[in-house]
Design a protein around this ligand. Structure first.
Ligand code: G3P
Ligand code: MG
Length: 348
């Protein structure tokens, strides 16, 4: 099907390859850059049989910094010039919510917040103009979560408020919670309040305030010997505690991979890159997008659902002893270098 239509000159057109890379477990193991990753990206930068530049982007369910900061970090790690519009993080697509919540108070959960205040700044730069964090609430009244304390650093960046008067319109989980117990408490407080105020519990008959998670990965791969809990595991915890305390089902929206919205956003970025002159040295033809991932439930499920091809690597979450992956990739390979080599061979 993919090579059925002929160009005007009667030649069979070559498909234009494009790549979307997952980061954790594919290009990196924790903070460590995999050597195969440098070689894989070099192939896309022109070290291939046609000396062609092949467009690529990164889609990670990770996050924390702005896309600009992340692009700078990736550029340094891979010694390449990575642009911010090549980077989609889990929270990138939260921007679509600014139409609804631009000026309303939102409770932002999670994020590395390094330096203190940085995570809130990312949300503000997206266009959320009224963002409070868990640290703000904790600093307001420590008895709201007596089992931990905001660090001195966090206290330096808090936004003061009288939270008995702030009516939260939404809870937005930006990135992994750094204090599950505290954040779970505050999320349930807001969702169970009849008017979005912390510390005011109703009878759970009101409309539940809006809740969004930036992604739903149960597990993810770093440099530890076994996969680690991700934001999806936190979501399960919130769901369990909310449902047992409120007696009703949790309503939540999830972004990130494998959600279609994230792939639509990515597809648009790739098409834009495809139209850039300097990357357009391949022959005319249709776009063949490969997602290279380590997590079948996230990377591969999303790619399959969106009609992209996929390569599942063995350097992250997926291990052979897990048995055949639930979401079947186009190819199963050892690492990202093999993935790119085989994908290019298949397209050309
Ligand atoms: O928290 C999960 C996240 O770190 C996974 O990142 O790059 O594998 O989508 P990635
Ligand atoms: Mg991964």
């Amino acid at each position: 099907k993919e090579i059925s239509h002929q160009s005007k000159r009667g030649q069979i057109p070559t498909r234009k390859s494009a790549f979307a890379f997952d980061i954790d477990g594919v290009l990196k193991a924790g903070e460590h850059v995999l050597p195969q990753a440098r070689r894989a990206l070099a192939m896309l930068e022109g070290k291939n049989a046609k000396n062609a530049k092949i467009p690529y982007i990164f889609i990670t369910n990770g996050g924390g910094p702005s896309e600009t900061e992340r692009a700078k970090k990736l550029s340094k790690e891979f010694e390449l010039d990575i642009k911010p519009d090549q980077v989609i993080q889990a929270h990138t697509v939260l921007q679509s919510l600014t139409k609804r919540f631009a000026d309303l108070p939102v409770l932002m959960i999670g994020g590395p917040d390094r330096p203190p205040g940085a995570s809130r700044k990312v949300m503000e730069d997206y266009g959320f103009n009224n963002v409070y964090t868990s640290h703000d609430i904790h600093a307001w009244q420590q008895s709201s979560w007596p089992f931990s304390r905001p660090s001195k650093d966090q206290e330096s960046s808090i936004r003061k408020g009288d939270f008995s008067k702030v009516h939260f319109a939404a809870v937005l989980v930006f990135h992994d919670s750094r204090d599950w117990g505290r954040d779970l408490q505050y999320i349930c407080d807001v969702l169970r309040s009849p008017d979005g105020r912390i510390g005011v519990v109703g009878d759970d008959t009101h409309e539940q305030p809006f809740l969004a998670f930036s992604h739903g990965d149960l597990i993810w791969g770093n440099d530890f010997t076994a996969p680690r809990f991700g934001q999806g595991a936190f979501q399960e915890a919130v769901k369990a505690v909310y449902e047992v305390t409120s007696g009703r089902p949790l309503e939540a929206v999830t972004f990130g991979k494998p959600q279609r919205l994230t792939y639509e956003y990515a597809d648009a970025l790739l098409r834009e890159r495809m139209s850039l002159k300097d990357e357009n040295t391949q022959a005319d033809g249709e776009m063949s997008v490969w997602m290279i991932g380590d997590n079948p439930a996230s990377d591969i499920a999303g790619a399959n659902g969106f009609g992209w091809k996929s390569a599942l690597v063995r350097t992250g979450v997926y291990r052979d002893q897990d048995g055949p992956p639930k979401h079947k990739p186009t190819i199963l390979v050892d690492d990202v270098e093999e993935a790119v080599r085989k994908a290019i061979e298949e397209d050309w």
